[in-house]
Ligand binder design. Structure first.
Ligand code: ADP
Ligand code: MG
Length: 692
């Protein structure tokens, strides 16, 4: 079969050999197929060479010229610079590359070169900095028509020209062997070009139009494979039998009586979705999203208590000790009269007590365990775990979710994950594509939107005066310092010194508390509960209060050095206030240094909408960073762009979920082959995903 041809090691291709195979390996290219699927990063249209004399400042253009002279040197800062002057008979162009030591070997005087890049004006003459470049070769001989040429992402040891030659050879010989994985239905429905022509044209396009068609086809394919894996994972979870809870009116009335408020319509809606999941025999696998302050905790409490009423143990996991403690406090208070045995499990607890607690959980003596990631420690076992709630799930990774779920026994516990960081549309179809999603889209009644202001340096004293006035009105305030890494002693010192300055000078006469991650757990807990009980007017804190903290009487969130926080963090911090009917204020101190930080502050000033902020954040940071690390299960797409290809993702997802639903029984060999291929390409991920 032709597949074996495509699986052939790249080393045996003419002109490759062991040494070159090694450098190809570094790009992830091991087989012929890998090379066919190594798509260009960009393209150059060689038919559009511009005369140097026609260039203008700010334009992006392609020129072709002769190298007149070259010079390479180092700056005092030990940066290497390579400079060249290029002439094309109409004029001269200066070109500079920074920190590319290889450059000096590549260019020689008299070489004919192509340059592609942005033109700028420097000391009265036109230049290009770090342009794409290429020495002209026989491809470009006069009379030969070269159209659109591919540019690949290569390591420094490789050159575009020779790599392109290799790709050309391999494509010409093998492209027709690439198998079509889609059914004719899908192909005709979306008017796709055949895979063979897509592969050929993605490397060496006949025209811009055929390039566009090929891209669309290949992006779809990539998303389709991923979405099918998602659909399989989702179906996998649904096929396992879970617990079938019985939640009658009686139980519900009991639970509702515990809340000191009437649930909003939105809360009721998501509760009915959760009710349905819990009462079915399939395990719940649901994401609850709702902006900061929308009242997710009450929904969690409903699910937890409903499971407890069915005689099961439950776990409620939060990302920080402070938040776990807050949940413990709230729930203990709420359940004072109910017969629910509740316990707090965190990493900081004393060993002896912790041991006892773990034993009680194992014996089934505890109904509701609230804790941090200490809950997923090896030693923690449950007797009958029926439901898991994970708060602020974006702070955890996929693995942690999986590990908690594995604490269940023969049957899979129901899982509810909650997040205040709304999932941007494209991610809800990809990274979280296996979860059912419920959304709380309203805030409890009587809230006034938080007002946000930027505080320039010369207005700082006015802002402090404003905070004092709020305190005099009986309100409380947070002042937050950037101390991203708790181990940064230096910053810690500055936060402490600053807190003392605020306490002794700026806010003299008021009660100021100081909270940071390095305090002993008991002390943290004490300071936090003292703030809740209004023993402090102002709490100076590091980012440890970022998520979840609920002190409705606090109406000011002052953020020092706001430029050092990410957008999601700023929005979370702002979410600590505006939790009562009092008008709340978010004050952003600091100097906006970079364009990015300016953009973040601007977004904060413009909107309170967590959804818009998340979309903006995703744009600024890109999907990788948005999630912090790869543990979140975000795949690296080769050609698909998770942000800009939303429409294609949507199509691919619909088709993939259709296939998995029907393909279950289908005898169609095409579909079987497709599923097999997907299983192969996502093997690693499916392992991680299956129990996920
Ligand atoms: P989040 O969704 O950010 O976790 P919380 O669950 O902490 O929000 O709730 C925010 C605040 O709103 C809490 O003080 C909570 O008691 C209150 N709250 C929740 N639901 C309601 C409601 N239906 N009516 C009034 N207040 C509510
Ligand atoms: Mg919360």
């Amino acid at each position: 079969m032709s597949t074996s041809d495509l699986d052939k090691s790249i080393q045996y291709i003419k002109g490759v050999g062991p040494k070159r195979a090694l450098s190809l390996g570094r790009l992830g290219i091991h087989t012929v197929k890998d090379l066919l699927y190594c798509f260009p990063r960009t393209y150059q249209d060689r038919s559009k060479v511009e005369k140097i004399s026609n260039l203008t400042d700010g334009a992006t253009a392609m020129v072709k010229g002769i190298v007149i002279n070259i010079k390479s040197f180092r700056t005092r800062g030990w940066k290497s610079i390579f400079e060249a002057s290029i002439g094309d008979g109409t004029s001269m162009l200066q070109v500079k590359w920074f920190n590319r030591p290889y450059q000096s070997e590549i260019f020689q005087v008299d070489d004919h070169v192509f340059l592609y890049g942005k033109v700028s004006l420097y000391k009265q003459s036109l230049q290009m900095v770090n342009p794409e470049y290429e020495i002209a070769s026989e491809e470009d001989a006069p009379g030969k028509s070269v159209g659109i040429l591919p540019i690949y992402s290569l390591t420094e040891e490789m050159r575009q020209v020779s790599f392109r030659k290799l790709v050309k050879m391999v494509v010409d010989e093998h492209y027709h062997k690439v198998e079509e994985i889609f059914t004719d239905d899908i192909i005709s429905k979306h008017k796709f070009v055949p895979i063979t022509s897509a592969i050929k044209n993605i490397h060496f396009p006949d025209s811009m139009d055929s390039l566009k068609d090929s891209k669309r086809r290949l992006k779809y394919e990539e998303f389709f494979l991923f979405e099918t894996a998602m659909a399989l994972r989702k179906r996998g979870i649904k096929e396992v039998s879970g617990y079938k809870f019985c939640i009658g009116k009686n139980v519900e009335t009991h639970i509702y009586k515990l809340f000191p408020f009437v649930l909003t319509k939105s809360q009721q809606k998501v509760i009915s979705e959760i009710h349905e999941d819990m009462c079915s025999e399939r395990p719940m696998n649901r994401l609850l999203q709702g902006d900061v302050g929308s009242g997710k905790t009450a929904v969690a409490v409903y699910a937890l208590l409903a499971a407890v009423a069915n005689g099961f143990q439950t776990a409620f996991m939060a990302p920080t000790e402070i938040l776990a403690e807050q949940h413990y406090r709230t729930l203990t208070l709420m359940l004072e009269k109910a017969e629910v045995k509740i316990l707090l499990l965190t990493g900081g607890a004393k060993t002896k007590i912790k041991k006892e607690n773990i034993e009680r959980i194992k014996q089934g003596d505890i109904d509701l365990v609230i804790g941090t990631h200490a809950l997923i420690d090896k030693g923690v076992e449950f007797k009958k775990l029926g439901l898991i709630v994970i708060d602020e799930q974006h702070k955890f990774g996929v693995m942690q979710r999986t590990r908690l779920r594995q604490k269940g026994h023969k049957q899979m516990p129901d899982v509810l994950v909650m997040t205040a960081t709304p999932i941007p549309r494209s991610l809800s179809l990809t990274v979280f594509g296996d979860l059912d999603i419920s959304t709380i889209d309203e805030l409890p009644p009587g809230r006034t939107p938080v007002e946000t202001y930027r505080v320039p340096v010369k207005k700082e004293n006015d802002a402090y005066g404003f905070i004092r006035k709020e305190v005099e009105k009986g309100r409380q305030a947070f002042v937050v310092y950037p101390l991203v890494d708790e181990s940064e002693k230096l910053d810690l010192k500055s936060a402490t010194v600053e807190a003392e300055r605020l306490r002794d000078e700026v806010f003299s006469g008021l009660n100021v508390g100081l909270l940071h991650g390095q305090l002993k757990p008991e002390l943290k807990e004490l300071i936090m509960s003292d703030f809740v009980n209004h023993k402090y007017d102002i709490l100076v804190s590091t980012i440890v209060i970022e998520v979840g903290i609920d002190v409705p009487n606090a109406t000011v969130m002052a953020i020092e050095h706001a430029e050092r926080f990410g957008l999601a963090q700023l929005h979370q911090l702002r979410g600590r206030i505006g939790r009562s009917s009092h008008q709340s204020y978010c004050l952003l101190f600091g100097i906006q240094k970079s364009a990015e930080s300016r953009q973040r502050i601007k977004t904060m000033l413009e909107t309170n909408d967590g959804f818009k902020i998340a979309e903006e954040d995703l744009k600024i940071r890109g999907p990788g960073e948005f999630f912090g690390t790869r543990q979140h299960g975000l795949p690296e797409f080769k050609i698909g762009d998770i942000i800009n290809d939303f429409d294609i993702i949507k199509l691919a997802r619909a088709d993939a979920f259709d296939l998995v639903k029907e393909g279950h029984k289908s005898k169609d060999s095409k579909e079987q082959m497709l599923l097999k291929r997907i299983m192969e390409s996502f093997k690693d991920k499916l392992d991680l995903i299956n129990t996920g």
